[in-house]
Design a protein around this ligand. Structure first.
Ligand code: PEP
Ligand code: MG
Length: 318
């Protein structure tokens, strides 16, 4: 059966609140989506909202830039089932592992380090403007509580200029993903510039360990239990506490129930994952008080490697 902790149907009291630790601290237990079917699954799983809507998934096979009206319809189809829930819509994360035919940047020797995510907006500023207009229109069509988030942000200036562009389009809640170590090192300045951040652990691991996330041979380095990755999340959690702003995680790390609790212990306020992982994660988080998750997190980050971190967290939880 679905644990009651995530089966909350009423509107969350605050933006990303739906799960709870054993001592009652709220934790957003949210879904990652990329299609109308994913949105329906998110609602069925009892998600408190959507922490990551990957808009590029709507257009991966599209040869030409979709018109504002086509984008509006595609986004509204995903937002429709989510009416009244908070939804974080990520602007196009094109490039690297998600090339889009209409945004081909030409030959790049290292596409993962190239013009991808928000960097594309530097070369095509009107593309971002048109997407933000389409997102704002789809939000008003559906009544979803939409905020927008930029991928692949490296500096506080990029974060501030994205928030300004979002506000100009009438989207008043803007955040950025933390996927680049430089952005994690600037956690405080970035949080000062935006309303929230969300950690993309898939890319943050890839860039922290200089290990291509697509290469199975490097899976150990991309293990989200790596203490170096968790230390960056800890820095972000502290900055979130200092600024009073939400710090989410929307990478694969959030789908591991014990690791999700450890992330909460590091100061993360919401975790977002495939809908299928929501029941297990929600119920695991509720099994321990926040101070127990903090203890597990401290134990994990003081180890030298991913396997030891996993073991240390389990031992700390008893
Ligand atoms: C991430 O990098 O962790 C993330 C959530 O974004 P994507 O997997 O779409 O790159
Ligand atoms: Mg990413």
């Amino acid at each position: 059966p679905l644990p009651t902790v995530v089966a909350v149907r009423e509107r969350p009291a605050e933006w990303d609140c739906v799960g709870r630790t054993a001592d009652g601290h709220s934790v957003g237990v949210l879904a990652n989506v990329g299609s109308p079917g994913d949105a329906t699954s998110a609602v069925a799983a009892g998600a408190g909202g959507v922490g990551l809507f990957r808009t590029e998934f709507c257009f991966l096979d599209t040869a030409h830039e979709p018109t504002v009206e086509a984008q509006r319809a595609a986004y509204a189809a995903v937002l429709g089932p989510l009416t009244a829930l908070p939804v974080v819509v990520r602007t196009l994360d094109a490039g690297a592992d998600k090339p889009m035919p209409f945004l081909h940047a030409g030959f790049e020797p290292n596409p993962a380090l190239g013009v991808r995510g928000l960097r594309v907006a530097g070369e095509h500023p009107h593309l971002l403007g048109r997407q933000l207009d389409a997102i704002a229109a789809a939000a008003s069509d559906t009544g979803a509580q939409v905020s927008v988030m930029a991928p692949m942000v490296a500096t506080p200036d990029e974060a501030a200029s994205f928030a300004e562009r979002a506000r100009a389009a009438g989207l008043n809640r803007a955040g950025v993903m933390i996927e680049v170590p430089a952005a994690a090192l600037h956690a405080r300045e970035i949080l000062d510039a935006v309303d929230f951040v969300s950690v993309g652990t898939n890319d943050l691991a890839q860039y922290t360990f200089a290990a291509d996330r697509m290469l199975g041979a490097l899976a150990t380095l991309n293990d989200p239990w790596q203490p170096a990755l968790l230390r960056l999340v800890e820095m972000l959690g502290k900055a979130g506490r200092d600024t009073g702003k939400p710090v989410g995680v929307c990478g694969e790390a959030a789908a591991d129930p014990v690791l999700a609790g450890v992330l909460v212990g590091l100061g993360v306020t919401s975790v977002s994952m495939a809908a299928s992982a929501i029941p297990a994660v929600g119920s695991r988080i509720t099994q321990h008080a926040r101070h127990e998750w903090e203890h597990a997190a401290r134990s994990a980050i003081s180890t030298p490697g991913a396997e030891q971190a996993r073991e240390a967290a389990r031992a700390a939880l008893g």
